[in-house]
Design a protein around this ligand. Structure first.
Ligand code: GLN
Length: 245
C-alpha cells in the first residue's frame, strides 16, 4: 500500500496581506494536491499567534498596502529565525508583491520608517514615484511552458543582490523595477513575485512545480505528479500572454 502523501501550508497573515485575492494561490495548491489524492492541510497564521511555524512544507504570504505591511513586518521579526531555518532547509516559500518585499531585507515606503524584512531573499525595496499597474508576461528558465502571466500593482522598486536570481525575465510589464528586466526573485526554494491574479490558477505548471519541490524536500525523493487536464487553465494563461491591458 503506497503511503498517503501529505503537505502542510502555512498561510502567513491572510487577514492583512490578501490583496487581489492572493488567497487563490493557497486554494490552487490545495486543489491540485487533492486531484492527486495528496492531503493538504492549511494553517492560517495571524498576528499574535504564538505557534511554532518552523515545520511547514510550504509557506505562502500575499500582497497588501503599505499600512498592512507595517504590522506584518513587526510580526515577521518574531518568526524570523524559524522562517530562515525553514528556507535554509529547502522548504518552499511563495510570496506575492508586499509579502515578497518583506522576504527581502527591507521595504522603504514613501512615508515613515523602513520596514524590516526577514532577509531570506537577497533583495531590498524602495517606494518609487510611479505605481506600476497592468498585466505582466515574463519568461522563466525552469518551467515548461516558460511563461508566467499575472497582474502587477506596486510602487515598490525591488533590487536583487548577489545570491538571489530573478524568478523570470520581463516580456511585457515592469517587474521588479522596470529597469533591470527582472521579475520576482528566487533563492533555493524561496520564490517571490509581483504577479497577482492570483498567479497560480493561470500558471498551473508553476503550481505543480512548487508542489513537486515541497514533496521532494519532505519525502527526500523525486515524486512524479499525475498529469491533469489543464485545458481551461492554459486557455486563460495563453489568452494573457503579451497582453498589456
Ligand atoms: N505596498 C507595496 C507597494 O505598493 C506592495 C503592494 C502590493 O502588495 N500589491 O509596492
Amino acid at each position: 500500500m503506497e503511503e498517503k502523501l501529505k503537505l502542510t501550508i502555512a498561510h502567513l497573515y491572510p487577514k492583512l496581506l490578501n490583496i487581489y485575492g492572493d488567497f487563490g494561490n493557497v486554494l490552487t495548491l490545495k486543489r491540485r494536491c487533492g486531484y492527486r489524492n495528496i492531503d493538504c492541510e492549511i494553517a492560517q497564521i495571524n498576528t499574535g499567534d504564538d505557534i511554532d511555524i518552523s515545520k511547514y512544507d510550504i509557506y505562502f504570504i500575499g500582497g497588501g498596502q503599505d499600512k498592512q505591511q507595517i504590522e506584518v513586518s513587526k510580526e515577521l521579526q518574531k518568526h524570523k529565525e524559524s522562517l530562515r531555518q525553514a528556507a535554509n532547509d529547502g522548504r518552499v516559500f511563495l510570496a506575492i508583491c508586499g509579502g515578497y518585499q518583506l522576504l527581502g531585507k527591507y521595504y522603504q515606503p514613501h512615508d515613515g520608517e523602513k520596514l524590516l524584512g526577514i532577509g531570506i531573499l537577497d533583495a531590498y525595496t524602495v517606494a518609487g514615484n510611479t505605481r506600476f499597474i497592468g498585466n505582466v508576461t515574463a519568461e522563466t528558465d525552469f518551467l515548461e511552458p516558460k511563461t508566467l502571466v499575472g497582474f502587477e500593482n506596486h510602487a515598490g522598486l525591488t533590487y536583487l543582490e548577489e545570491g538571489t536570481a530573478p524568478l523570470a525575465k520581463v516580456v511585457v510589464g515592469n517587474g521588479n523595477n522596470s529597469k533591470d528586466g527582472g521579475e520576482g526573485g528566487r533563492k533555493n526554494n524561496v520564490f517571490g513575485t509581483y504577479l497577482h491574479g492570483s498567479v497560480l490558477p493561470k500558471n498551473p505548471h508553476f503550481a505543480d512545480y512548487l508542489i513537486k519541490k515541497a514533496l521532494s524536500v519532505k519525502y527526500n525523493r523525486d515524486i512524479e505528479l499525475e498529469k491533469l487536464d489543464d485545458t481551461i487553465e492554459m486557455n486563460a494563461h495563453n489568452d494573457l500572454i503579451n497582453k498589456k491591458y
